[in-house]
Design a protein around this ligand. Structure first.
Ligand SMILES: *[C@@H]1O[C@H](CO)[C@@H](O)[C@H](O)[C@H]1NC(C)=O
Ligand SMILES: *[C@@H]1O[C@H](CO)[C@@H](O)[C@H](O)[C@H]1NC(C)=O
Length: 309
Protein backbone atom coordinates (compact mmCIF):
# COMPACT_ATOMS: atom_id res chain seq x y z
CA UNK A 1 0.00 0.00 0.00
CA UNK A 2 2.83 2.27 0.86
CA UNK A 3 4.34 1.00 -2.32
CA UNK A 4 1.20 1.84 -4.26
CA UNK A 5 1.07 5.50 -3.34
CA UNK A 6 4.71 6.16 -4.04
CA UNK A 7 4.96 3.81 -6.93
CA UNK A 8 1.85 5.27 -8.49
CA UNK A 9 3.74 8.52 -8.63
CA UNK A 10 6.90 6.93 -9.92
CA UNK A 11 6.76 3.59 -11.65
CA UNK A 12 3.24 4.09 -12.93
CA UNK A 13 4.82 6.53 -15.34
CA UNK A 14 5.73 3.37 -17.11
CA UNK A 15 2.87 3.19 -19.54
CA UNK A 16 2.41 3.42 -23.26
CA UNK A 17 5.22 0.97 -23.85
CA UNK A 18 6.69 1.94 -27.15
CA UNK A 19 8.16 -0.80 -29.27
CA UNK A 20 10.91 -0.32 -31.77
CA UNK A 21 9.65 0.74 -35.15
CA UNK A 22 10.19 -2.42 -37.27
CA UNK A 23 8.28 -4.37 -34.68
CA UNK A 24 5.54 -1.77 -34.40
CA UNK A 25 4.99 -1.84 -38.14
CA UNK A 26 5.06 -5.62 -38.24
CA UNK A 27 2.57 -5.73 -35.36
CA UNK A 28 0.31 -3.35 -37.25
CA UNK A 29 0.56 -5.54 -40.35
CA UNK A 30 -0.28 -8.64 -38.35
CA UNK A 31 -3.06 -6.79 -36.47
CA UNK A 32 -1.92 -8.11 -33.11
CA UNK A 33 -1.53 -11.63 -31.77
CA UNK A 34 -3.36 -14.43 -33.56
CA UNK A 35 -4.69 -16.02 -30.39
CA UNK A 36 -5.85 -14.78 -26.99
CA UNK A 37 -4.51 -14.48 -23.48
CA UNK A 38 -5.77 -17.21 -21.14
CA UNK A 39 -5.80 -17.38 -17.38
CA UNK A 40 -4.63 -20.60 -15.75
CA UNK A 41 -6.60 -21.25 -12.59
CA UNK A 42 -5.55 -24.79 -11.67
CA UNK A 43 -1.96 -23.96 -10.72
CA UNK A 44 -2.51 -23.47 -7.00
CA UNK A 45 -5.37 -24.90 -4.96
CA UNK A 46 -5.63 -21.60 -3.12
CA UNK A 47 -5.24 -18.50 -5.29
CA UNK A 48 -5.54 -15.95 -2.49
CA UNK A 49 -2.61 -13.61 -2.22
CA UNK A 50 -0.73 -15.38 -5.01
CA UNK A 51 0.36 -14.00 -8.34
CA UNK A 52 -2.07 -14.92 -11.10
CA UNK A 53 -0.90 -16.92 -14.08
CA UNK A 54 -1.83 -15.97 -17.62
CA UNK A 55 -0.37 -17.53 -20.74
CA UNK A 56 -0.24 -16.89 -24.43
CA UNK A 57 -0.03 -20.05 -26.53
CA UNK A 58 0.37 -19.29 -30.24
CA UNK A 59 -1.74 -21.16 -32.81
CA UNK A 60 1.38 -22.92 -34.15
CA UNK A 61 3.13 -24.12 -31.02
CA UNK A 62 6.67 -25.35 -31.71
CA UNK A 63 7.56 -28.90 -30.63
CA UNK A 64 9.28 -28.61 -27.22
CA UNK A 65 8.57 -24.89 -27.13
CA UNK A 66 10.69 -22.28 -25.43
CA UNK A 67 9.04 -20.33 -22.60
CA UNK A 68 9.35 -16.61 -21.92
CA UNK A 69 8.17 -15.12 -18.64
CA UNK A 70 7.18 -11.48 -19.27
CA UNK A 71 6.72 -9.33 -16.16
CA UNK A 72 4.58 -6.19 -16.14
CA UNK A 73 5.28 -2.76 -14.59
CA UNK A 74 3.47 -1.17 -11.60
CA UNK A 75 -0.23 -0.52 -12.25
CA UNK A 76 0.19 -2.96 -15.14
CA UNK A 77 -1.61 -6.25 -15.60
CA UNK A 78 -0.97 -9.41 -17.57
CA UNK A 79 -3.29 -8.03 -20.24
CA UNK A 80 -1.47 -4.68 -20.35
CA UNK A 81 1.88 -6.36 -20.91
CA UNK A 82 0.36 -8.81 -23.38
CA UNK A 83 -0.88 -5.93 -25.51
CA UNK A 84 1.94 -3.49 -24.76
CA UNK A 85 4.96 -5.71 -25.38
CA UNK A 86 5.98 -7.55 -28.57
CA UNK A 87 6.27 -11.08 -27.13
CA UNK A 88 2.88 -12.46 -28.23
CA UNK A 89 3.45 -11.45 -31.86
CA UNK A 90 6.93 -12.94 -31.67
CA UNK A 91 5.41 -16.12 -30.22
CA UNK A 92 3.16 -16.31 -33.30
CA UNK A 93 6.30 -16.28 -35.45
CA UNK A 94 8.49 -18.54 -33.36
CA UNK A 95 6.08 -20.87 -31.59
CA UNK A 96 7.11 -20.27 -27.97
CA UNK A 97 4.80 -19.88 -24.95
CA UNK A 98 4.65 -16.58 -23.05
CA UNK A 99 3.75 -16.58 -19.36
CA UNK A 100 2.39 -13.25 -18.14
CA UNK A 101 2.27 -13.38 -14.34
CA UNK A 102 0.09 -10.76 -12.64
CA UNK A 103 0.96 -9.19 -9.32
CA UNK A 104 -1.50 -9.81 -6.46
CA UNK A 105 -0.56 -6.57 -4.67
CA UNK A 106 -2.49 -3.32 -4.60
CA UNK A 107 -1.03 -1.13 -7.32
CA UNK A 108 0.36 -4.29 -8.97
CA UNK A 109 4.02 -3.70 -8.30
CA UNK A 110 5.99 -6.90 -7.69
CA UNK A 111 7.21 -7.86 -4.23
CA UNK A 112 10.95 -7.35 -4.50
CA UNK A 113 11.43 -6.42 -0.83
CA UNK A 114 10.37 -9.27 1.47
CA UNK A 115 12.66 -11.97 2.82
CA UNK A 116 10.46 -14.61 1.25
CA UNK A 117 10.53 -13.22 -2.27
CA UNK A 118 14.28 -12.64 -2.01
CA UNK A 119 14.95 -16.31 -1.40
CA UNK A 120 14.79 -19.59 -3.25
CA UNK A 121 11.66 -21.49 -2.16
CA UNK A 122 10.05 -18.66 -0.26
CA UNK A 123 6.91 -20.74 -0.32
CA UNK A 124 4.17 -18.18 -0.81
CA UNK A 125 6.08 -15.30 -2.34
CA UNK A 126 5.90 -13.77 -5.79
CA UNK A 127 9.23 -15.29 -6.83
CA UNK A 128 8.12 -18.77 -5.75
CA UNK A 129 4.77 -18.33 -7.52
CA UNK A 130 6.47 -17.34 -10.76
CA UNK A 131 8.86 -20.29 -10.43
CA UNK A 132 5.82 -22.60 -10.08
CA UNK A 133 4.33 -21.09 -13.24
CA UNK A 134 7.47 -22.09 -15.14
CA UNK A 135 7.21 -25.66 -13.85
CA UNK A 136 3.53 -25.80 -14.75
CA UNK A 137 4.11 -24.49 -18.29
CA UNK A 138 7.03 -26.85 -18.94
CA UNK A 139 4.79 -29.77 -18.08
CA UNK A 140 1.55 -28.62 -19.65
CA UNK A 141 3.05 -27.52 -22.99
CA UNK A 142 5.94 -29.99 -23.12
CA UNK A 143 8.36 -27.08 -22.94
CA UNK A 144 12.12 -27.20 -23.33
CA UNK A 145 13.68 -26.63 -19.89
CA UNK A 146 16.87 -25.49 -21.62
CA UNK A 147 15.00 -22.59 -23.28
CA UNK A 148 13.32 -20.70 -20.48
CA UNK A 149 13.76 -16.93 -20.29
CA UNK A 150 12.58 -14.02 -18.18
CA UNK A 151 12.18 -10.34 -18.94
CA UNK A 152 10.26 -7.35 -17.65
CA UNK A 153 9.93 -3.61 -17.47
CA UNK A 154 10.30 -1.34 -14.43
CA UNK A 155 8.89 -3.26 -11.42
CA UNK A 156 8.93 -6.28 -13.76
CA UNK A 157 12.60 -5.57 -14.47
CA UNK A 158 13.36 -5.52 -10.74
CA UNK A 159 11.53 -8.84 -10.50
CA UNK A 160 13.54 -10.18 -13.45
CA UNK A 161 16.74 -9.58 -11.49
CA UNK A 162 15.12 -11.21 -8.44
CA UNK A 163 14.08 -14.28 -10.47
CA UNK A 164 17.59 -14.59 -11.92
CA UNK A 165 18.99 -14.45 -8.38
CA UNK A 166 16.47 -16.70 -6.61
CA UNK A 167 15.76 -19.32 -9.30
CA UNK A 168 18.94 -19.34 -11.43
CA UNK A 169 18.43 -23.00 -12.32
CA UNK A 170 15.22 -22.21 -14.22
CA UNK A 171 16.40 -19.55 -16.65
CA UNK A 172 18.95 -19.49 -19.46
CA UNK A 173 18.86 -15.73 -19.94
CA UNK A 174 17.20 -12.60 -18.58
CA UNK A 175 16.61 -9.13 -20.02
CA UNK A 176 16.04 -6.22 -17.66
CA UNK A 177 14.30 -3.03 -18.92
CA UNK A 178 14.87 -0.30 -16.33
CA UNK A 179 15.16 -2.11 -13.01
CA UNK A 180 17.39 -2.23 -9.94
CA UNK A 181 19.85 -4.85 -8.67
CA UNK A 182 18.38 -7.91 -6.97
CA UNK A 183 18.08 -7.11 -3.26
CA UNK A 184 18.42 -3.35 -3.78
CA UNK A 185 14.76 -2.85 -2.82
CA UNK A 186 15.07 -4.97 0.32
CA UNK A 187 12.89 -3.99 3.25
CA UNK A 188 14.99 -4.43 6.38
CA UNK A 189 11.68 -4.68 8.29
CA UNK A 190 10.77 -7.61 6.06
CA UNK A 191 7.75 -5.88 4.50
CA UNK A 192 6.11 -7.31 1.42
CA UNK A 193 5.94 -5.06 -1.64
CA UNK A 194 7.62 -2.12 0.12
CA UNK A 195 9.06 0.93 -1.58
CA UNK A 196 12.76 1.63 -1.01
CA UNK A 197 13.62 5.20 -1.83
CA UNK A 198 17.32 4.78 -1.05
CA UNK A 199 17.51 2.36 -3.93
CA UNK A 200 15.09 4.11 -6.28
CA UNK A 201 17.02 7.35 -5.81
CA UNK A 202 20.22 5.64 -6.85
CA UNK A 203 21.76 5.82 -3.40
CA UNK A 204 22.30 2.13 -2.74
CA UNK A 205 25.93 1.52 -3.53
CA UNK A 206 27.88 -1.65 -2.93
CA UNK A 207 30.93 -3.32 -4.37
CA UNK A 208 30.60 -6.03 -6.99
CA UNK A 209 31.51 -8.61 -4.33
CA UNK A 210 28.89 -7.30 -1.91
CA UNK A 211 26.20 -7.32 -4.59
CA UNK A 212 27.25 -10.83 -5.61
CA UNK A 213 26.97 -11.94 -1.97
CA UNK A 214 23.42 -10.52 -1.96
CA UNK A 215 22.64 -12.83 -4.88
CA UNK A 216 24.43 -15.83 -3.35
CA UNK A 217 22.58 -15.36 -0.06
CA UNK A 218 19.25 -15.70 -1.86
CA UNK A 219 20.08 -19.30 -2.75
CA UNK A 220 22.90 -20.42 -0.48
CA UNK A 221 25.02 -23.26 -1.76
CA UNK A 222 23.80 -23.04 -5.35
CA UNK A 223 26.73 -23.71 -7.65
CA UNK A 224 25.01 -24.44 -10.97
CA UNK A 225 24.64 -22.39 -14.11
CA UNK A 226 23.14 -18.92 -14.01
CA UNK A 227 21.19 -17.00 -16.63
CA UNK A 228 22.99 -14.70 -19.05
CA UNK A 229 22.01 -11.11 -18.25
CA UNK A 230 21.26 -8.13 -20.48
CA UNK A 231 20.56 -4.84 -18.70
CA UNK A 232 18.88 -1.79 -20.29
CA UNK A 233 18.60 1.58 -18.53
CA UNK A 234 17.87 5.16 -19.58
CA UNK A 235 20.15 8.01 -18.51
CA UNK A 236 17.11 10.25 -17.91
CA UNK A 237 15.27 7.73 -15.71
CA UNK A 238 13.63 9.77 -12.94
CA UNK A 239 11.84 6.82 -11.27
CA UNK A 240 14.75 4.40 -10.76
CA UNK A 241 17.70 6.70 -11.02
CA UNK A 242 20.54 5.94 -13.45
CA UNK A 243 23.11 4.79 -10.84
CA UNK A 244 20.92 1.67 -10.64
CA UNK A 245 22.34 0.72 -14.02
CA UNK A 246 25.89 0.56 -12.73
CA UNK A 247 24.88 -1.16 -9.52
CA UNK A 248 23.08 -3.87 -11.50
CA UNK A 249 26.05 -4.30 -13.80
CA UNK A 250 28.34 -4.54 -10.77
CA UNK A 251 26.07 -7.16 -9.23
CA UNK A 252 26.15 -9.53 -12.18
CA UNK A 253 29.81 -8.85 -12.95
CA UNK A 254 30.51 -9.95 -9.37
CA UNK A 255 28.39 -13.07 -9.79
CA UNK A 256 30.12 -13.99 -13.05
CA UNK A 257 33.60 -13.11 -11.79
CA UNK A 258 34.03 -10.28 -14.31
CA UNK A 259 35.58 -6.87 -13.72
CA UNK A 260 32.88 -4.21 -14.15
CA UNK A 261 35.58 -1.66 -14.93
CA UNK A 262 37.02 -3.76 -17.74
CA UNK A 263 34.43 -4.64 -20.34
CA UNK A 264 35.49 -6.70 -23.34
CA UNK A 265 34.00 -4.13 -25.72
CA UNK A 266 32.04 -0.90 -25.83
CA UNK A 267 30.07 0.15 -28.85
CA UNK A 268 28.73 3.70 -29.11
CA UNK A 269 25.47 4.46 -30.94
CA UNK A 270 24.42 0.83 -30.96
CA UNK A 271 21.73 -0.44 -31.39
CA UNK A 272 20.44 3.13 -31.76
CA UNK A 273 21.97 6.61 -31.80
CA UNK A 274 22.70 7.60 -28.20
CA UNK A 275 22.64 4.02 -26.90
CA UNK A 276 25.91 2.53 -25.71
CA UNK A 277 26.26 -1.23 -25.67
CA UNK A 278 28.88 -2.58 -23.30
CA UNK A 279 29.77 -6.26 -23.32
CA UNK A 280 31.70 -7.93 -20.54
CA UNK A 281 31.29 -11.52 -21.73
CA UNK A 282 28.66 -13.77 -23.31
CA UNK A 283 27.01 -13.67 -19.87
CA UNK A 284 26.73 -9.93 -19.34
CA UNK A 285 25.82 -7.02 -21.57
CA UNK A 286 24.53 -3.57 -20.68
CA UNK A 287 22.77 -1.04 -22.89
CA UNK A 288 22.69 2.50 -21.56
CA UNK A 289 20.29 4.77 -23.42
CA UNK A 290 21.30 8.42 -23.39
CA UNK A 291 18.41 10.82 -22.85
CA UNK A 292 15.86 8.01 -22.49
CA UNK A 293 13.58 8.11 -19.43
CA UNK A 294 12.06 5.28 -17.41
CA UNK A 295 10.40 3.71 -20.44
CA UNK A 296 13.20 2.17 -22.45
CA UNK A 297 11.34 0.76 -25.47
CA UNK A 298 11.37 -3.02 -25.66
CA UNK A 299 13.50 -4.28 -28.54
CA UNK A 300 11.69 -7.47 -29.44
CA UNK A 301 13.94 -8.68 -32.25
CA UNK A 302 17.07 -7.97 -30.23
CA UNK A 303 15.54 -9.83 -27.29
CA UNK A 304 15.01 -12.85 -29.52
CA UNK A 305 18.65 -12.68 -30.58
CA UNK A 306 19.87 -12.48 -26.97
CA UNK A 307 17.62 -15.41 -26.01
CA UNK A 308 18.85 -17.34 -29.07
CA UNK A 309 15.33 -17.80 -30.47
C1 LIG B 1 16.67 -0.06 1.20
O1 LIG B 1 17.62 -0.87 0.56
C2 LIG B 1 18.95 -0.69 0.98
C3 LIG B 1 19.81 -1.57 0.07
O2 LIG B 1 19.62 -1.16 -1.25
C4 LIG B 1 19.05 -1.04 2.44
O3 LIG B 1 20.37 -0.80 2.89
C5 LIG B 1 18.06 -0.21 3.23
O4 LIG B 1 18.10 -0.60 4.59
C6 LIG B 1 16.66 -0.40 2.70
N1 LIG B 1 15.72 0.49 3.37
C7 LIG B 1 14.74 0.06 4.16
C8 LIG B 1 13.85 1.13 4.74
O5 LIG B 1 14.54 -1.11 4.43
C1 LIG C 1 28.83 4.13 -14.29
O1 LIG C 1 30.20 3.91 -14.06
C2 LIG C 1 31.04 4.51 -14.99
C3 LIG C 1 32.47 4.14 -14.63
O2 LIG C 1 32.56 2.83 -14.22
C4 LIG C 1 30.86 6.01 -14.99
O3 LIG C 1 31.65 6.59 -15.99
C5 LIG C 1 29.40 6.34 -15.25
O4 LIG C 1 29.18 7.73 -15.09
C6 LIG C 1 28.51 5.61 -14.28
N1 LIG C 1 27.13 5.85 -14.66
C7 LIG C 1 26.19 6.07 -13.79
C8 LIG C 1 24.82 6.24 -14.37
O5 LIG C 1 26.36 6.11 -12.59
Amino acid sequence: MLFFTQAAAALALFNGLATSSPLASRAAAAAGPQSTLQQITDLYPDQSGKAKMYVYVPPQLAPKPAIIVALHFCTGTAEAYFTGSPYAQLADEKGFVVIYPESPHEGTCWDVSSRETLSHSGSSSDSASIASMVGYALKKYGGDASKVFVTGSSSGAMMTNVMAATYPELFQAAIVYSGVAAGCFVSTAGLVDAWNSTCSQGQSHATADQWADTVHDMYPGYAGARPRMQIYHGSADAALLPPNYNETIKQWSGVFGLDAEKPASTRADFPLAGYTTTTWSAELQGIYALGVGHTVPIRGDDDMAFFGL
